[in-house]
Ligand binder design. Structure first.
Ligand code: NDP
Length: 323
């Protein structure tokens, strides 16, 4: 019996790449010569597996006349042209929930690393400078005021951790979250003005583009620290670099950037920033769980026509269709 053909959109981890190949007839979207490849093979493809580094734009979607499902390995899916997919009735899944702890841990690691100057202190020891004098004092995370931009699944996991540090947590999302013990701020700028540290963890895409702009950075100010574990697009990166270089912002811990893997050279010259290569969810445990959920979504859709974790826009669409 023939197996469904799944298009693997790079980059995928070797484990996910191989698992798809074991279960399905797999094709790999090439980096070069895509139009010719899609013209030759497009009609075979019924499913796509992708992750946030791989763009699934309208050009790809519309070159696949029999595409029925896109299974994204990641909770953020700003790499997919969702309106183009939904317009064709193509189902889209993501991997919510299974990565909350890893990303929250990463946010705390960045905040602690910037505030306690962990990376700079490590270099100080390695360079033998300890023999010449003491390391300068740093600033505590414990009992500080922390604003969370996006109190969703990961934002809540960050807030829980901060509670254990005795921090005062407040937040901004478009909607106030009922039943949480954290103060709500009506805007990102209002939130930034009232905290020592701001953690961005909203989705990427057009609605959050440059949500952290110069006004927000200036509200955070020369003693404030920004942590971004959301998407590079959420922060106006030029404004961020300028604020750091000019000393208008106290520091930054960044897991994500505007044009990954490019990182502005000016950031590498600053010792009040900590830079990570988009590793928020990159643990053995979490990546195994994300991989399993991606494959389970794909199998579920192909077997039964239902997804385990459809993206929210799919339920909104079926609610509208149902009146
Ligand atoms: P959720 O959907 O659970 O939470 C998102 C939160 O953002 C909600 O509180 C939502 O509230 C808020 N939000 C959405 N749009 C806006 C807006 N325009 N202005 C203000 N707030 C907004 O998502 P998760 O917590 O699961 O994930 C959040 C994001 O974290 C992902 O989309 C992804 O981009 C990023 N991420 C990064 C990783 C990394 O490796 N660094 C790994 C995993 C995720 P409301 O709707 O009320 O506005």
């Amino acid at each position: 019996m023939s197996r469904p053909t799944v298009l693997r959109v790079p980059p995928l981890s070797p484990q996910l790449h191989d698992a798809v190949g074991e279960q399905y007839d797999a094709l790999d979207l090439p980096a070069e010569g895509r139009p010719a490849f899609l013209a030759e093979h497009g009609a075979e493809v019924v499913a796509i597996v992708c992750t946030n580094g791989g763009q699934v734009d309208a050009g790809v979607i519309n070159a696949l006349p029999n595409l029925r499902v896109i299974a994204n390995h990641g909770v953020g899916y700003d790499n997919i042209d969702v309106p183009a997919a939904l317009a064709r009735g193509i189902a889209v899944s993501n991997t919510p929930g299974v990565l909350d702890d890893a990303v929250a841990d990463t946010a705390l690691a960045l905040l602690l690393a910037v505030r306690r100057r962990v990376v700079v202190a490590d270099l100080f020891v390695r360079a033998g400078e300890w023999q010449r004098g003491e390391f300068p004092l740093t600033t505590e995370v414990s009992r500080s005021r922390v604003g969370i931009l996006g109190l969703g699944r990961i934002g809540r996991a960050i807030a829980t951790r901060l509670e254990a540090f005795g921090c005062t947590v407040s937040y901004h999302s478009r909607h106030e979250v009922p039943g949480v013990p954290y103060a709500y701020a009506a805007s990102a700028a209002e939130l930034a003005a009232s905290v020592d540290n701001l953690v961005a963890v909203v989705p990427g895409g057009a609605s959050t583009a440059a949500l952290v702009d110069r006004e927000v950075l200036d509200a955070l100010g020369p003693t404030g620290v920004l942590v971004n574990v959301a998407r590079g697009s959420v922060v106006d990166q030029d404004a961020l670099v300028a604020a750091l270089v000019e000393g208008r912002l106290g520091g930054a811990g960044l897991d994500v950037f505007a044009a990954e893997p490019e990182v502005p050279a000016a950031l590498a010259d600053l010792d009040n920033v900590v830079l990570l290569p988009h590793v928020g969810s990159a643990t053995h445990e979490t990546r195994a769980a994300m991989r399993a959920l991606t494959l389970d979504n794909l199998a579920s859709w192909l077997d039964t026509g239902t997804l385990l974790t459809p993206i929210p826009e799919m339920s909104e669409m079926s609610e509208r269709a149902g009146g």
